[in-house]
Design a protein around this ligand. Structure first.
Ligand SMILES: [Mg+2]
Length: 294
């Protein structure tokens, strides 16, 4: 069964800083969708999670990437890499100017997570693989006896990969309580709702049945993230899973919850519209709290 959340108190100044960083990251995502395009909906849904993890929770910094005792975050749902690259740019891992090269096949930053970019742990984009990679790293940490943790973000549509469920079994078998799975539960897989294709619910009870101690949070609430991530591991001797309910396209109302807005190649006018929405014009939602997740 789920444990009771113990909500920590996120200092107001820290939360404001996280919100500002997340806004900057969303601006980067819109720019990366302009001209060449990107998977904008999924990038916007997981932006707050990635900003929170790199900005506040993970024991990692640009100057600590060679430290084997730091934390590790694997982005298994590689299609939302604009959110990761935008975060790494805002937090000093890479130069902001580097983001403009995401359409250049000759640059490592091209299209998908690439471990040659500082702060990226492993390549992804082919789905269903990085939970297993994360399990290997978590097992190594266990054998070395240090207390650092391994985090892996997966998409809900990605859960259709059988390799994910094999990995869930293995993590439980080794009692990897230093491993944290995070599902960006935006309810869409490509251009269709997950429940219309291969239903996932009741998702929490499935993870529990596979031996993972599971919590469900609003993936856009830094307070709820603080409560859940601050309570890790949820149970000693068991891996932890956080299902983060999110909104695809979060921050730009005209593309929120839209099945046909998973990949977008924006023209300048469309980009301008989304930027205005992001900053509170055109029905923008980011200033309105709390978000009601359906
Ligand atoms: Mg999804």
């Amino acid at each position: 069964m789920s444990t009771t959340l113990n909500y920590n108190s996120l200092p107001e100044a820290d939360e404001a800083q996280l919100r500002t960083t997340a806004l900057r990251v969303r601006e980067h995502i819109i720019r990366m969708a302009t001209g060449g395009g990107c998977f904008i909906g999924a990038s916007l849904s997981c932006a707050d999670l990635i900003v929170y993890l790199y900005g506040r929770h993970l024991r990692v910094a640009p100057s600590r990437l060679d430290d084997p005792n730091r934390d590790y975050l694997f982005l298994s749902k590689g299609h939302d890499v604009p959110a990761l690259y935008g975060t790494l740019a805002e937090l000093g891992y890479i130069d902001r100017d580097r983001l403009a090269a995401h359409l250049s096949p000759n640059d490592a930053i091209y299209w998908h997570p690439n471990r040659r970019i500082p702060g990226v742990e492993f390549h992804s984009g082919s789905l269903g693989h990085l939970l297993s990679v994360a399990i290997g790293v978590a097992l190594d940490i266990k054998m070395r006896g240090t207390d650092n943790r391994v985090y892996v973000i997966m998409g809900d549509g990605e859960l259709n990969e059988g390799s994910i469920w094999e990995g869930l079994l293995v993590a439980n078998a080794y009692g990897l309580d230093n491993l944290v799975g995070i599902v960006d539960r935006n309810e869409f897989q490509a251009n269709i709702r997950t429940e219309e294709l291969i239903p996932l619910e009741p998702l929490a009870s499935k993870f529990e049945a596979f031996g993972w101690s599971t919590e469900r949070i609003n993936g856009h609430s830094f307070q709820e993230m603080e409560g859940a991530f601050g309570s890790l591991p949820f149970e000693s001797g068991r891996p932890s899973m956080i299902i983060a309910d999110t909104v695809r396209g979060r921050g730009c109302p005209s593309i929120e919850w839209r099945a046909d807005r998973w990949f977008m190649r924006l023209g300048e006018e469309d980009a301008d519209l989304l930027m205005r929405e992001l900053h509170g014009g055109e029905g923008g939602t980011l200033a309105a709290e709390p978000l009601v997740v359906r």
